[in-house]
Write a protein that binds this ligand. Structure first.
Ligand code: SF4
Ligand code: SF4
Length: 488
């Protein structure tokens, strides 16, 4: 009976251990990127060629172009994405969200997380391999620079072990200089998503003394990205990113993952020239020729033949490498492919399981709530608070007055004329010191508002008030507050 390579449970692990050789069976007991003493084992993934790599490269160029152009693309005058934690202002697809919209933002994050859960349950870590900025920038920019300057995996290994000569120094300096330039660019792009490209432009062009904090962040981001892409690399995916750890609870035997077809591949054995497929079959050998090319290309250094592992970022490099080997050995491709455990064991296609259906229903409900909230969100948000320390005043004509602070947020990119009316009870309302309520675009403005009531309209102590906020003659919000007066 074949080992349950794709099953991550303990019984399966024990079974797998019993069936594998001693060398292969302890793969879960140590990290692929550390030696026995716990020191970092530097990985030299071999260059990949193949169908999946070509598609990933094309997609990466599109994603990189979107990432670079993102801060400059505007919708209604707002950027595509802005996460300005400094001013607590967030823009998604041109829609401005303020701290007052946090509930909306929280639901949007829930929708995002649920989508991730649905996609992971159905298709594994497809995000990591195809669209995660860490993978895209690492594999499509930094790795390519490294291949270009230092050559493929073998040449890199030889160069690193070679004594320091002029040529080695020149190559290392060039590589790290380019790494720093790209890190500088990535750091600036990240900053444009936080404070906007105009602000970044000012930091770059103004004298340094005017933007010490901004410059500090630029240097910090540059060094951070240089550290991640030049040194930390796959460790960011295997140690830091929590997503990989989630996969063990999200995946089941129906999830489509990058998987080795152990039924077809085992028992593995080296290919002998005099051995055709029939002879291999007669000798009890499968299609895996134990060439280790799937391991040689893996950017996280794992052996996918040991089954689904937390370190696998689903980059498909092993699929391409193995397909190349299969083509050379005259066997059909797909020994490593996108497949589920049930697909490999029983030839089943992707199943719409009750668990997956539950996730999809939850995602639909959350998306619906989010859509409705965005649709019903008003362009102006108003809050009316009693002015701190103020109680009530009696006017010379016998009326009583209360002072309030009105906060208006204009979420649009146009100035907005707003009208505030006292609906209940009858009384007068004055905006102190201003002709009217004109709120500049995407700004929060504060006004002092004086409300006067006739004693006949007042209750003893506290009188409830209802106010209407109007824009272009239409009521956009109703405010409720209280009016304090004397007790009688
Ligand atoms: S590349 Fe394919 S044939 Fe070679 S070791 Fe990996 S699974 Fe086996
Ligand atoms: S096992 Fe294959 S898909 Fe997973 S990270 Fe390694 S090369 Fe990529």
């Amino acid at each position: 009976m074949p080992p349950e390579f794709l099953n991550d449970t303990k019984p399966a692990r024990d079974k797998t251990k019993a069936l594998q050789s001693a060398d292969e069976s302890d793969f879960r007991d140590h990290l692929a990127t550390a030696d026995k003493e716990g020191r970092r084992r530097w990985l030299y993934p071999r260059k990949v060629h193949g169908r999946f790599y070509r598609w990933r490269t094309r997609l990466s160029w599109v994603l990189l172009a979107v990432m670079l152009a993102g801060p400059f693309i505007t919708i209604h005058g707002n950027p595509l994405l802005l996460v300005n934690v400094v001013e607590r202002k967030f823009v998604v697809l041109g829609q401005v969200f303020w701290p007052q919209d946090m509930i909306l933002f929280a639901i949007a994050i829930l929708v995002l997380l649920t989508s991730l859960v649905v996609f992971t349950a159905a298709f594994g870590r497809i995000w990591c391999g195809w669209a995660c900025p860490q993978t895209v920038i690492m594999e499509m920019v930094f790795r390519k620079i490294e291949y270009w300057i230092e050559g493929d995996a073998h040449q890199q290994r030889v160069l690193n072990q070679a004594p320091w000569t002029g040529s080695k120094m020149a190559r290392k300096i060039l590589k790290h200089a380019l790494f720093l330039v790209v890190s500088f660019l990535v750091g600036h792009i990240l900053l444009t998503y936080i404070i906007g490209w105009r602000e970044v432009f000012h930091i770059v062009t103004d004298p340094p003394s005017k933007h010490w904090v901004g410059l500090g962040f630029m240097v910090a981001f540059t060094l951070l990205f240089y550290g991640i892409f030049a040194r930390f690399r796959e460790q960011a995916c295997t140690f830091i990113c929590p997503y990989g750890r989630f996969q063990s609870v999200l995946l089941d035997e129906n999830s489509i993952v990058v998987a080795y077809d152990h039924k077809r591949g085992e028992k593995r054995g080296h290919l002998r020239r005099d051995q055709g497929p029939d002879e291999r079959q007669a000798a009890g050998l499968g299609d895996c020729v134990a060439c280790n090319q799937c391991v040689a290309v893996c950017p996280t250094g794992i052996d996918i033949r040991n089954g689904t592992q937390m370190e696998c970022v689903h980059c498909t490099a092993c699929i391409d490498a193995c397909n190349e080997v299969m083509a050379k050995t005259g066997r059909p491709g797909g020994l490593i492919r996108y497949a589920s455990l049930n697909g490999i064991e029983r030839g089943e296609r992707l199943q719409f399981t009750p668990r997956l259906a539950g996730y999809v229903v939850l995602l639909l409900i959350l998306s619906l709530v989010l859509g409705l909230m965005v649709f019903l969100r008003s362009d102006v948000q108003a809050t009316l608070l009693r002015a701190p320390g103020a109680l009530f005043q009696q006017m010379p004509d016998g009326h009583y007055s209360n002072l309030y602070t009105l906060r208006l947020i204009n979420k649009t990119s146009q100035p907005m004329q707003v009208d505030l009316r006292l609906e209940k009870p009858a009384g007068s309302l004055t905006v102190v010191g201003r002709g009217g309520l004109t709120v500049p675009p995407q700004m929060l403005s504060e006004y002092s508002v004086l409300i006067e009531l006739n004693p006949d309209a007042m209750k003893s102590g506290v009188t409830p008030l209802v106010l209407g906020v109007y824009s272009s003659g239409k009521e956009i919000e109703t405010l409720e507050t209280s009016f304090i007066g004397p007790r009688h």
